[in-house]
Design a protein around this ligand. Structure first.
Ligand code: SAM
Length: 271
């Protein structure tokens, strides 16, 4: 058994990044968000490419866009997540592989040598920016990387105040998934949560524990997730402040209108 460690979410290789795809596939279905990839492809068909994915992680969305024929840059801060995305390259046909480039950078401070027709931040990646300053820097930088009239799509959850101000993690047992390589069971639990109501940030300590079929613990790792929630009108004003015009605001990927406590899916145009 390896020693337990606590580290920032997604930052290092380990059980979190290794199980990201299986876990996320399950979570997206459970939360009614599994149409997200189809939505981003529809939007890319409307805007054209190239497409920039901010916080692109393991390439779940970026590879699908490249397969659909778009040139894509996947930008992510985590080397470990980029490694997972790069590990998929050899399974892709040469033409698809040639359309996707990965870049390690911070989405609040990056400089790329091209402009895009579409920038996207799927599955709440924008919420990993835990200060209002970083959020604003990210939007300023991204607008500069878009062609005039280019689109930005952000997906955040709409804050549910009952969940955010409650005691402890609202859902401590996150179930288990099968490790894609070892086949072992990986059990996931949220051990604790603290909430900074002033800064709109919560911090959760997650434990990932891998066990064999006989119940022997193989690895146990802890990571700290920090996310900043943003209120609907705060987000709208932030977009307007940084040179975007909001075109549409949905609460689901089937394009239903805003509903309290569901999702915020913003489609904006760079002015
Ligand atoms: C919830 S995952 C989303 C991954 C992917 N967009 C998807 O939909 O599957 C959030 C990603 O954002 C990345 N991330 C966190 N902070 C970041 C930052 N400041 N700049 C760039 N990427 C960041 C993490 O490494 C992680 O891969």
């Amino acid at each position: 058994m390896s020693a337990s460690t606590t580290r920032p979410f997604y930052a290092s290789p380990g059980l979190n990044t290794e199980t990201y795809d299986v876990r996320t596939a399950h979570d997206l279905v459970a939360q009614g968000l599994d149409r997200d990839v189809a939505f981003y492809i529809e939007e890319a068909k409307r805007t054209g490419g190239p497409v920039l994915e901010l916080g692109g992680g393991t390439g779940r969305v970026s590879w699908a866009l490249a397969e659909a024929g778009f040139d894509v840059v996947l930008l992510d801060l985590s080397e470990a997540m980029i490694e997972r995305a790069e590990a998929k390259r050899s399974a892709e046909p040469g033409a698809v592989s040639a359309r996707l480039r990965t870049v390690r950078a911070d989405m609040s401070d990056y400089a790329l040598d091209r402009r895009f027709q579409l920038a996207i931040a799927p599955f709440r990646a924008f919420m990993t920016l835990v200060t209002a300053e970083d959020q604003r820097r990210c939007l300023d930088t991204t607008r500069r990387h878009l062609e005039s009239g280019g689109r930005l799509i952000l997906h955040l959850f709409d804050p549910r105040l009952d969940l955010l101000v409650g005691e402890g993690p609202p859902n401590p047992d996150r179930g288990s998934v099968r490790h894609p390589v070892t086949g072992n069971d990986v059990r996931i639990a949220v051990l604790s949560r603290s909430v900074d109501l002033l800064r709109q940030v919560f911090e959760e300590r997650w434990r990932f524990a891998e066990s064999t079929a006989e119940g022997h613990l193989v690895r146990e790792e802890e990571e700290v997730l920090r996310l900043r929630w943003t209120y609907r009108y705060e987000m709208r004003h932030l977009l307007e402040l940084t040179g975007f015009e909001v075109e549409a605001e949905f609460s689901s990927f089937d394009r239903s209108p805003s509903v309290y406590g569901r999702e915020q899916i913003w489609v904006s145009r760079a002015l």
